[in-house]
Design a protein around this ligand. Structure first.
Ligand code: HEC
Length: 213
């Protein structure tokens, strides 16, 4: 009985060794890139399906991915009340204010600076001079924050980041509203203190004086 087992064991080992050798010799021979025998080709080469397409396999209709129902609102979506028009821009400038508490200004500026380094610096430059590596090469380079844009109100800054302006694209899909407001704080830091408007009373006095002439 014991002898039988030994013979069977030996036979098995020889067969196994043979299989192993066959296995090794079969790869890498003629074509190094050949994957060898494919036992279940469908598992190696699954058919790629287009997104949002409908397929029929036999009598089955397969919906690859269904489009969201009309009117679906993305999770976390916050509506923005101002239209992408000149009027919307002016209204945002007049009425839109930063909802992030000014008490934490330093924190928002610091977080805004990080975002600025990722999304804006290549066009606007480190100090907002419009001299970023890309910005300097644009046909209409960005104006300087502490120059032409010195007195740009926060609502307009937010509006332009949201919709884009000129050769600057919209950043609404990359940045949440909160992130855009953090950036507003940082842009304001680069704008520096607002220029004090010329004294209106002086102007008011000048006119009648001129009229007298
Ligand atoms: C592709 C380059 C580019 C990038 C990236 C870019 N900008 Fe601009 N940006 C411009 C240009 C060009 C203008 C001038 C647009 C004009 O007035 O025609 C501009 C204008 C602005 C203005 C003035 C808008 C106004 O109302 O006059 C602000 C503020 C601004 N950018 C902030 C940002 C911030 C913040 C970021 C990053 C989130 C950013 N930009 C990213 C190119 C860019």
């Amino acid at each position: 009985m014991k002898k039988h087992y030994t013979t069977i064991k030996l036979a098995c080992s020889v067969a196994f060794a043979g299989l192993l050798m066959a296995g090794f010799t079969s790869c890498g021979k003629k074509d190094a890139n050949s994957p060898g025998v494919e036992f279940m080709p469908d598992m190696y080469r699954s058919p790629s399906l287009e997104y949002y397409s409908i397929h029929t396999i036999g009598t089955d209709t397969i919906y690859n991915a269904k489009k969201p129902v009309k009117g679906t609102v993305a999770r976390g979506y916050v509506p923005y009340a101002y239209a992408n028009t000149t009027e919307g821009y002016e209204q945002a400038g007049a009425n839109l204010h930063n909802p992030l508490a000014v008490a934490n200004k330093a924190q928002w500026e610091a977080e805004g600076e990080v975002l600025y380094g990722k999304f804006c610096v290549h066009c606007h430059g480190a100090t907002g001079g419009g001299d970023g590596k890309v910005g300097g090469k644009l046909p209409g380079p960005p104006p300087a924050y502490n120059g032409t844009l010195k007195n740009l109100p926060e609502g307009k800054i937010f509006h332009s980041i949201t919709y884009g302006k000129g050769s600057m694209g919209s950043h609404a899909s990359q940045l949440t509203q909160e992130e855009r407001w953090k950036l507003v704080y940082f842009v304001q830091k680069l704008q520096g203190p607002k220029e004090v408007a010329a004294d209106s009373t002086a102007k008011g006095n000048a006119k009648p004086a001129e009229a007298k002439k």
